[in-house]
Design a protein around this ligand. Structure first.
Ligand SMILES: *[C@@H]1O[C@H](CO)[C@@H](O)[C@H](O)[C@H]1NC(C)=O
Ligand SMILES: *[C@@H]1O[C@H](CO)[C@@H](O)[C@H](O)[C@H]1NC(C)=O
Length: 402
């Protein structure tokens, strides 16, 4: 045997051994993850785990279709199972162009029959009205083209705050709640809500579901941050780069995160009636002027003292959809996470982490914030994990990037 062919044989043997190790490792890992997924997916909750008073808050805009196809019915069933004496429903609708108001009037009528305490506000003020108003006060920004435009996030924060007004009024009358359930216009079941409320045995600063519009990709990237404050590294399972978040996701356990707002969110009510009360907000206009933005739904976690005290969790057992097909695609759990998808997810995640350059983007943003903070001692932003390199303004039919 020549030296050359001996080397070739050795190389071949090493490659074969490595391939064998890779395959066995993958199979064993896959086996354990799938076993865990199967166990977790077999739990079904049909009752709330504890007796709690729940304030349900929802803001609605142009979503007549899902209200009529799923949402109204699900909310009706949910509140009847929780019991009229344990809930309050606060809905704020603002200037929809479709017949969202009609769908909510029907819901109002049905909730009335159950005797559910509620405040359903149907505001005639549209996006068009908002952007046509004189550019006074906070929430306006000068775009690169030199126009003064209404920022999207402070507007959303204002609307979300309005959905919390009744909470404050009730507190003054001595009527209080244990948790607030923030509900997006998603397809969900009462069982999903009971599971969400019971995340980490009911002990959390916030607990969120996972939302899907076009599965297998999750939907709301703007507000989700892993345990280290980083954006998800991929839009499919297992999503995260930080070890703690990734490992919990593989175990189908409540995932420690720093922020999430994916379809449904449960939070203790107390910070919202403290003095001063926790409220939704945007980053300051002068910071946003540097082409930066942060979601009101992320900043709320940055501002909530309970986030660090009790933790923020994403519960992978609670998956909601923005339409019936999206909901069906992630239920039951094994349909959502097939063996192939788990294998693909685990390895894509590893490779992405090796080639991760998100620190570069973060550095640019950090530099802009530093320059802003250096200008004035009053300049300070605690929600830096939320901030991304975007400028968002309200538009007649929604919003746009500039
Ligand atoms: C949110 O609500 C609080 C209290 O109601 C209010 O003072 C604040 O201005 C609101 N924030 C926005 C952005 O509207
Ligand atoms: C319902 O809520 C709106 C805004 O959130 C508030 O202005 C209104 O006073 C409330 N109505 C009642 C009857 O409490």
């Amino acid at each position: 045997m020549t030296l050359l062919s001996a080397r070739r044989a050795l190389r071949y043997r090493i490659a074969r051994a490595l391939a064998l190790i890779f395959i066995s490792w993958s199979l064993i890992e896959l086996h354990f993850i799938q076993q865990r997924i199967r166990e977790a997916g077999s739990i079904q909750r049909d009752k709330p785990a504890r007796k709690e008073r729940i304030y349900i808050a929802s803001v609605n805009w142009n979503n007549e279709q899902v209200l009529r196809s799923h949402w109204n019915k699900a909310l009706y069933t949910l509140v009847s199972e929780l019991g009229a004496e344990n809930v309050f429903v606060s809905i704020y609708e603002s200037g929809s162009y479709d017949n969202t108001k009609g769908a909510l009037r029907e819901l109002d009528w049905q909730l009335d029959k159950l005797g559910i305490p509620r405040n359903i506000t149907l505001s005639p003020v549209t996006h068009q009205d908002e952007i046509a108003a004189p550019a006074k006060g906070e929430g306006w920004i000068t775009t690169p083209k030199g126009n003064t435009q209404l920022r999207r996030i402070p507007y959303l924060a204002r609307i979300r705050n309005l959905s919390l007004l009744p909470l404050q009024d009730l507190a003054r009358k001595g009527i209080t709640f244990d948790k607030i359930l923030f509900l997006n216009d998603v397809v969900f079941t009462p069982g999903d809500v009971f599971e969400l409320l019971d995340t980490n045995k009911g002990d959390y600063g916030a607990a969120c579901s996972l939302d899907f519009s076009k599965p297998p990709h999750y939907y709301d990237t703007f507000a989700l941050r892993d345990s280290k404050g980083h954006e998800a590294i991929m839009q499919t399972w297992p999503y995260f780069s930080s070890q703690a978040s990734r490992s919990a996701m593989k175990h189908m356990a409540p995932v420690p995160v720093t922020s999430c707002w994916n379809g449904m969110v449960a939070m203790p009510a107390k910070p919202f009636i403290d003095h001063p009360p926790l409220r939704f907000r945007g980053i300051p206009d002068s910071l946003a002027q540097r082409h930066l933005e942060g979601s009101e739904c992320c900043l709320i976690h940055a501002d909530n003292p309970l986030s660090t005290e009790k933790g923020v969790f994403l519960n992978p057992l609670v998956r909601v959809g923005y339409n019936g097909a999206a909901y069906a695609a992630v239920h039951p759990i094994m349909d959502w996470l097939s063996a192939w998808r788990v294998f693909q997810g685990v390895w894509t995640n590893r490779l992405r982490r090796l080639g991760d350059t998100s620190w570069l983007k973060a550095k640019t943003i950090r530099r802009r914030i530093d320059r802003w903070e250096a200008l004035d001692t009053k300049h300070r932003e605690d929600g830096q994990i939320c901030i991304i390199d975007e400028m968002q303004i309200l538009h007649r039919y929604g919003w746009i990037h500039v």
